[in-house]
Design a protein around this ligand. Structure first.
Ligand SMILES: [Fe+2]
Ligand SMILES: [Fe+2]
Length: 172
């Protein structure tokens, strides 16, 4: 995939806003306190969550925690509002230098590395937000671990759900 294509794709995704049918679909898969968390997310993250949900539904997935995790896996990003340029930087740098991005995200940076801290830590922040809103243990685990490297052959059901979530996240 070329750089220009990737960059224009990034802009298109980051400027998207959810439609009313997206919000209706999200509501069907979230109890009210969790729907409130969803609505706190940026418009671009809401669109992304609904796209991940649609990918899972299209593949016949029906686990309620998995479908809620599709919508909420990136909710931790709402703890630190990112500027559009910071979001673009994350997407492009994660694509170009993934291991450096992981290293930048591991410390408490406040300068230009702040977006990478969010990229690495948002699963932990999101899991805590969902715990406080009364989400299930399975939903908390799915959000907490959504960026974890998983053994492809794990027999655990939670790992199977995580692999489904990561595949759909990667497509959207
Ligand atoms: Fe994420
Ligand atoms: Fe995501």
């Amino acid at each position: 995939m070329g750089f220009a294509y990737r960059a224009s794709q990034t802009f298109r995704v980051l400027l998207a806003k959810p439609g009313s049918e997206d919000l209706v679909l999200a509501k069907q898969h979230l109890p009210p306190p969790l729907e409130q968390l969803f609505l706190q997310m940026s418009a671009a993250d809401q669109v992304h969550g609904v796209s991940v949900l649609r990918s899972l539904l299209a593949r016949g997935e029906g686990d309620p925690d998995l479908l809620a995790a599709a919508l909420l896996h990136d909710v931790g990003k709402s703890q630190a509002r990112l500027q559009l340029w910071e979001r673009i930087l994350i997407v492009l740098a994660s694509w170009l230098f993934p291991s450096r991005v992981r290293r930048w995200g591991e410390n408490e940076h406040t300068g230009w590395q702040r977006p990478f801290v969010i990229a690495v830590r948002h699963p932990f922040w999101g899991a805590e937000m969902i715990r406080q809103a009364g989400g299930s243990q399975e939903l908390i685990a799915l959000v907490l671990r959504h960026q974890e490297n998983l053994p492809a052959d794990s027999a655990r059901e939670i790992d199977r759900l995580l692999i489904r979530l990561q595949e759909a996240d990667g497509l959207n």
